[in-house]
Write a protein that binds this ligand. Structure first.
Ligand code: MN
Length: 242
C-alpha cells in the first residue's frame, strides 16, 4: 500500500557510529518501500553550514538519501533545533526538499500538520529566546561569515552548555506545552499532528473546540533504537525496526 515514513532526532554524527549504522540499515530495508521519507528535524547532531558537506560522514548520509530519491522515495527534510542551518546546497546534495516548519499537508486524505516540536516547548522561555535569536537573518549571516572550524567549535561549546542546563531543568520544561499544541491545532483547523524533538514517543489525543486531534510524537534514535511512524490511507502506526 502507498505509504510514507516519518522519522526525527537521529542526531547522526561520526562520533556515534551505531545510530548511523541503524540509519543505513533502515535506508536499505524499510525506506525504499515508502513513497516518501519525512525527516522532521535533527537528522544531524548539528549542522554548522552547508560547506560542511565535504565531511566524509556527511557525504555518506547524503549519498544514502540521494540513492533513495533515485529509487523513488521522495526525501523531505524539516529543520530541527540542531540542524536549522541546513540549506539549499545540502538539499541539492541529498536530493531532498526542505520543508518549512510547520507544514500542513493532505496525507492520504487526512489533513496532517508536521513540525519539529521545539517551538511548542513554550514553558522553556530561555530556550525560546535563544531560538528567536539564532533563527534571525542577522545572526545567521554573522555566524555563517565565520570559518567552518570556528563555527564548529562554537556549536560544540553551546551544546556542552545546553547539556549541562538540561540536567538542571525540570523535565516538564522540556515537553510541549498543551496550550501551545491546542493553539496550533486550532490555527490549522484541527489536523492530525506529527512531531519529534521531545524524545517522548507516544500517541496523544487533544480535544480542541469539541474536535479530537491525534498527536503522534516520534522518538529519538539514540542508544540503538529507531523510532519510525508509517502512515497510509488507513492511518499512522509505529513501526518496529531493529
Ligand atoms: Mn530537537
Amino acid at each position: 500500500m502507498p505509504h510514507s515514513l516519518f522519522i526525527s532526532d537521529l542526531h547522526l554524527s561520526a562520533a556515534h557510529p551505531r545510530s548511523a549504522e541503524m540509519f543505513l540499515d533502515f535506508a536499505s530495508k524499510l525506506a525504499p518501500q515508502a513513497e516518501a521519507l519525512y525527516i522532521l528535524g535533527d537528522l544531524f547532531e548539528y549542522w554548522a553550514g552547508d560547506d560542511d558537506l565535504t565531511d566524509p560522514f556527511h557525504q555518506t548520509i547524503c549519498a544514502t538519501l540521494h540513492a533513495l530519491d533515485v529509487r523513488n522515495t521522495a526525501i523531505i527534510i524539516m529543520h530541527g533545533n540542531r540542524d536549522f542551518l541546513m540549506d539549499e546546497q545540502l538539499a541539492a546534495a541529498c536530493h531532498a526538499t526542505l520543508l518549512p516548519d510547520p507544514t500542513l499537508l493532505d496525507l492520504y486524505g487526512t489533513p496532517t500538520l508536521l513540525t519539529h516540536g521545539d517551538a511548542l516547548c513554550t514553558d522553556d522561555a530561555a530556550y525560546q529566546q535563544f531560538r528567536n535569536t539564532v533563527r534571525s537573518a542577522d545572526w545567521r549571516e554573522q555566524f555563517l561569515a565565520q570559518p567552518l572550524a570556528q563555527r564548529k567549535a562554537q556549536i560544540e561549546q553551546l551544546r556542552a552548555q545546553s547539556e549541562a542546563q538540561k540536567r538542571s531543568k525540570q523535565m516538564s520544561l522540556m515537553d510541549v506545552n498543551v496550550d501551545a499544541v491546542n493553539d496550533l491545532l486550532r490555527q490549522h483547523r484541527y489536523p492530525r499532528l506529527i512531531h519529534g524533538h521531545t524524545h517522548r514517543p507516544a500517541t496523544h489525543l487533544h480535544h480542541v473546540d469539541g474536535r479530537t486531534c491525534k498527536r503522534f510524537v516520534l522518538g529519538d534514535w539514540d542508544e540503538g533504537k529507531a523510532s519510525i511512524l508509517r502512515c497510509d490511507a488507513q492511518g499512522c502506526a509505529v513501526l518496529n525496526f531493529k
